[in-house]
Design a protein around this ligand. Structure first.
Ligand code: 6PG
Length: 485
């Protein structure tokens, strides 16, 4: 194995599938010589043997790996997020020099990225936490890349990342998101939207199956049709493929032989946790995360099923027009999921001091990533027309799109409720929309309740000031200092 020194302009640490594919992607672009290293050398040897065309500079020790990099050195870490990442960072940081760049391309929690950037940059080494979306295939052929870190590091790193990123309408799907943890924050929100999009599609499938009585292969055709309209997206495309799949062993639809308990690795929960901390209502995303948790509680599901004697009968519908309604409900709910995700990005940027260009984020999500969709162009335009939209739902295109699907959306949610089909995603999205659309909310009553039991005070609609009613006294109103408890 080569121990050449200082010939590689970029290195990759971690030769599991994502790391190997990213290394191959880098090696396939002109001008790159790629150093590779993995803690256990077997993986590196296998990769080098299988891909001689890549001209990898392989090392079996971290010292050799560092020596194989041109200065200033740039290394991308592609290991499982968590403690393993910290170990590799410290191995590199203790060998790197000021001006060198350590990139973490894993699905790190952005709080960890902020901490790591602070630690590493203290010695003059750049640390760039980078979201990379697109799965194994994206890593190999062109992912969507969301780097944080300093603008200075991006000067060196940007062109390398641009060379391997997916391309949407002639533009590489990479942009400098913001400093320290901004890239991983935006990747986290991407995944939250991914969860919501997947859940909404799953609900659409469930309704098509249960209410319109179509078989999985027929539903695959419905999704294929939808994929040529405004719902065109990677997730709709793969949904059709999954639904068309037949289990070789039983001859049954694949979707019927898979255990209905959805897994999760954590990024969706982080999106919701951070939204709670930031005070951003992301109910559509949260319901998607909770739907996976609920699906994975077989004891509770069985316990409730055991108490039930009969399920509601399915409401009878006109099959074709109800399918159209579902399509409209899916689109409107999807708009809500994106509106919530972008709200979280705006709130995160304000909280953590990032300047995030929302339009640029929408642009780099148009290709390469899991949520890639035609629809992202509309978001790009919305933020181009008005960068300070209070919500995406205010944009004239989206306002009109939601309004035109509104009746269908309501028919779908009410038909689902009457038929006993769970639609936590559609329902939460519609309630979110109705909450924003309502001139008065029952929050006024909640304020009254809070003031009653805790003297938490309230504001009036008709004049300035903070007030409290003497509920346990004569029930007169007094002006009060705002409650702090
Ligand atoms: C991506 C994906 C990727 C991964 C998710 C989903 O953007 O390429 O989001 O990061 O597939 O982490 O994982 P779970 O569904 O297991 O949480």
């Amino acid at each position: 194995m080569s121990e050449a020194s200082g010939t590689a302009n970029i290195g990759v640490v971690g030769m599991a599938v994502m790391g190997s594919n990213l290394a191959r992607n880098l090696a396939s672009r002109s001008g790159n010589t790629v150093a590779v290293y993995n803690r256990s050398p077997e993986r590196t040897r296998k990769l080098v043997a299988e891909h001689p065309e890549a001209g990898f500079v392989a090392s079996e020790s971290i010292d050799d790996f560092v020596a194989s990099l041109q200065k200033p050195r740039t290394a991308i870490i592609m290991v499982q997020a968590g403690a393993g990442t910290d170990a590799v960072i410290s191995e590199l940081a203790s060998r790197f020099e000021p001006g060198d760049i350590i990139v973490d391309g894993g699905n790190a929690n952005f709080h960890d990225t902020i901490r790591r950037e602070k630690d590493v940059s203290a010695s003059g080494i750049h640390f760039v936490g980078t979201g990379i979306s697109g799965g194994e295939e994206g890593a190999l052929n062109g992912p969507s890349i969301m780097p944080g870190g300093t603008a200075e590091a991006y000067k060196t790193l940007g062109p390398i990342l641009a060379s391997i990123a997916a391309v949407a309408e002639g533009e590489p799907c990479v942009t400098h998101i913001g400093t320290d943890g901004a890239g991983h924050f935006v990747k986290m929100v991407h995944n939250g939207i991914e969860y919501a999009d997947m859940q909404l599609i799953a609900e659409a499938y469930d309704l098509l199956r249960t209410v319109t009585g179509r078989a999985p292969a027929e539903i695959a055709s419905v999704f294929e049709t939808w994929n040529s309209g405004d719902l065109e997206s990677y997730l709709i495309e793969i949904t059709a493929e999954v639904l068309r799949q037949v289990d070789a062993e039983t001859g049954k639809p694949f979707v019927d032989i898979v255990l209905d308990q959805a897994g999760a690795k954590g990024t969706g929960s982080w999106t919701v946790q951070n939204a709670l901390e930031l005070g951003v209502p992301v109910g559509g995303i949260a319901e998607a995360v909770f739907a996976r948790s609920l699906s994975s509680k077989p004891e509770q599901r069985a316990a409730v099923q055991a108490t039930i004697t009969a399920r509601p009968s399915v409401v009878s519908v006109d099959v074709d027009s109800f399918a159209d309604d579902i399509r409209a409900a899916l689109y409107a709910s999807k708009v809500v999921a994106y509106a919530q995700g972008f709200d979280e990005i705006i709130a995160g940027a304000a909280q953590f001091g990032w300047e995030i260009d929302k339009g640029a984020v929408a642009k780099i999500w148009r290709a390469g990533c899991i949520i890639r969709a035609q629809f992202l162009n509309r978001i790009v335009e919305a933020y181009e027309n008005n960068p300070s939209l209070a919500t995406l739902l205010e944009d004239p295109y989206f306002a009109a799109a939601v309004a035109s699907g509104e009746e269908a959306w309501r028919r779908v949610v009410s038909t689902a409720a009457l038929s006993g089909v769970p639609v936590p995603g559609f329902g939460a999205a519609l309630s979110y929309y109705d909450s924003l659309a309502s001139v008065r909310l029952p929050a006024a009553l909640v304020q009254g309740q809070r003031d009653f039991f805790g003297a938490h005070t309230y504001k009036r609609v008709d004049r300035e000031g903070t007030f409290h009613t003497l509920w346990s006294g004569d029930r007169t109103e007094i002006e009060s200092a705002p409650s702090t408890h």
